[in-house]
Design a protein around this ligand. Sequence first.
Ligand SMILES: Nc1ncnc2c1ncn2[C@@H]1O[C@H](COP(=O)(O)OP(=O)(O)O)[C@@H](O)[C@H]1O
Length: 212
Amino acid sequence: MSLKRRFRPNIIITGTPGCGKSTTCELLMRKLESDNYNKDAEYSYFNISEYAKENKLLEGYDESRKSHIIDEDKLLDELEPLMRQGGCIIDWHCNDIFPERLIDLVVVLRCDNGKLYDRLNKRGYHLSKIQENLDAEIMGIVYQDALDSYVQEIIIELSSDSIQEMESNVERVAEWLNLWCNQHKDGITNELKEFQKLRKEKETSDTEDSIE
Ligand SMILES: Nc1ncnc2c1ncn2[C@@H]1O[C@H](COP(=O)(O)OP(=O)(O)O)[C@@H](O)[C@H]1O
């Protein structure tokens, strides 16, 4: 027996590499964990590149891109049960592999090309890899992937060119999480009551069966 509804939303923070996904997620997690903004908040952060490496969800290495290839089937097998419970903050440049029913908000971070060049150059990326990412950002590939996979209403594009913008993005996402929890509170409470009632009835009938 399991609850149909999740208690907290699942969100994807996505964008071209270098747009600021990890930094934004770290700041968001710190906000959610530290202040009294939402006492009930319990969120788990998944930096998918790291998570896939740690959990051996890789299917190879792309020598030309100098990056690991993630086994998406294995990744989904691992993540789905966790996402069904809600409260997952997913950090990945790919956003189109997750089932629509499990995603509540997709945040696409965008970045000015000059700034993106500086960030990727600082990271030591080869020029061809930098160019590939700059092209992807200009063409809005990640945003288009999101539009192809989810309804437009749950997708927001946020500029992340400066620290001030990143801080304001974190505030907005945290507010949205809080709002979602408030809006779904009644439905969840009712379902939880119903769930507990059904579980109690089942336990009682199991006990009666075992006495007979
Ligand atoms: N909004 C921002 N303003 C200034 N610097 C940023 C911003 N977002 C990220 N950075 C810097 O850019 C670099 C790449 O950020 P990161 O979060 O690792 O990007 P991603 O996870 O999208 O690859 C880091 O050095 C980070 O400090």
